[in-house]
Design a protein around this ligand. Structure first.
Ligand code: ADP
Length: 403
């Protein structure tokens, strides 16, 4: 008798990249991880690490024309380690899908109706949903018999109340164009808020958490008893915090001012605010390590960029403290949140009145484990909780197909 299949392949398909992980949900072990970059260019690269088979990283350079070729190359790498996609041990493929609108509040087994709905959301996620659809179709062609599950970045935020999700604009116009705040990074906010509760020895339903997901993209969320009640990203991932290349909050009049006064087109303004703003727009660098290095050398532009970044974070901490009424924990996560102790220290500086502080020694510890960095006995627990979106996607996928 063969045992029930327990492996899940997680695919995160971007416009020119595919990130993947193969996990065994019997023990949540990662069997293989990898990335295909620069799909469609001459300089494509596949980086594959078979963790189950000793962990030696393999890098293959050479043109990979499209997502179909990319996934076939990934399948070949996995097969070389005895982890092929034709394995009867594979239970499902879980896909990260960025925009699920209001309809998808939970992970969903993909069929043609679901795909059509993801397609219908392309106008509100033009950069992301088309790549996600391509990834799904390619994986379906490879294993048509296998359940494929969509796990949506927006799903965790669908619990936001109307007064947090609605923009204060004409309702008919908003509804006609589905303009409202959806929020993103939901898989990470869900995972980290739950993990933070466990770190405190509590059930997620018992605690109120502010999650700060600070990566190249960045967002904050207010999570009350396990449910998201507000988040900083909106119709698109542009709203909210200062990010690596995105402006975050801005007076919307800046956009028509740029059109009228600078003669910029909608596409040019889109490019400016999404790709040439944030930290990179302010000081030319979007990597927090480089910004800290420049600050240490006395660079004023880098110092101002850092201060603007921190000021915005503090505003959201204050706002979400008010939204939640009572905050039990603040959790820092993602590339900057997990690694940049100076960002955590600066964001918390002066917030003693809100019960928030960091202990310098605890904050300096480097670790991959969730940990507290607030002083002993602090009224608000401040924590560093490494995110794991792939594990969360795999868990949700596996739970759905074995339910
Ligand atoms: P995303 O998934 O949004 O691309 P990540 O969560 O991987 O981003 O975060 C990437 C960012 O994390 C980098 O741009 C860099 O600013 C920051 N980062 C990574 N490692 C460190 C570190 N050791 N110190 C400070 N910042 C770091």
């Amino acid at each position: 008798m063969t045992a029930n299949p327990t492996r899940v392949l997680v695919l995160n398909s971007g416009s020119s990249s595919v990130k993947y992980q193969l996990l065994d949900m019997a023990d949540s072990a990662r069997l293989a991880v990898g990335l295909v970059e620069r799909i469609g260019e001459e300089t494509s690269r596949l980086t594959h690490t078979p963790l189950a088979a000793g962990g030696e990283r393999r890098v293959t350079d050479g043109p990979i024309a499209d997502h179909d070729a990319a996934l076939k190359a990934v399948a070949a790498e996995l097969a070389a380690d005895g982890l092929g996609l034709d394995s009867p041990q594979l239970a499902a493929i879980g896909h990260r899908v960025v925009h699920g609108g209001l309809k998808f509040t939970a992970p969903t087994v993909i069929d043609e109706v679901v795909l059509a709905e993801i397609e219908r959301l392309v106008p509100v996620a033009p950069l992301h949903n088309p790549a996600n659809i391509t990834g799904i179709r390619t994986a379906q062609a490879l294993r048509p018999d296998l359940p494929q599950v969509a796990v949506f970045d927006t799903a965790f935020h669908t619990t936001m109340p109307e007064h947090a999700a609605r923009y204060a604009i004409d309702v008919a116009t908003a509804d006609a164009h589905r303009i409202r705040r959806y929020g993103f990074h939901g898989t990470s906010h869900a995972y980290v808020s739950r993990r933070t509760a466990h770190l405190l020895g509590k059930d997620p339903s018992e605690v109120n958490v502010i999650v700060l997901h600070l990566g190249n993209g960045a967002s904050a969320s207010a999570v009350a008893g396990g449910r998201c009640v507000d988040t900083s990203m909106g119709l698109t991932p542009l709203e909210g915090l200062v990010m690596g290349t995105r402006s975050g909050d801005i007076d919307p009049a800046v956009t028509f001012h740029l059109k009228r006064v600078a003669g910029m087109s909608a596409d040019e303004i889109d490019d400016l605010l999404n790709k040439r703003s944030g930290l990179v727009g302010l000081c030319g660098d979007n990597d927090m390590r480089e910004i800290r290095r420049r600050i240490d050398e006395g660079d004023e532009a880098a110092a101002l960029a850092f201060d603007i970044y921190i000021h915005r974070l503090k505003k959201y901490l204050g706002a979400y403290t008010a939204v939640l009424g009572r905050v039990d924990a603040v959790a820092f996560t993602a590339g900057v949140g997990e690694n940049a102790a100076p960002v955590r220290a600066a964001a918390m500086a002066g917030l003693e009145g809100l019960g928030m502080a960091v202990d310098a020694d605890r904050n300096a510890v480097r670790s991959d484990e969730p940990r507290l960095i607030s002083p002993e006995g602090a009224s608000v627990a401040v924590a560093v909780v490494p995110t794991d979106e792939e594990l969360e996607i795999a868990r949700q996928t596996y739970a759905l197909v074995t339910a």
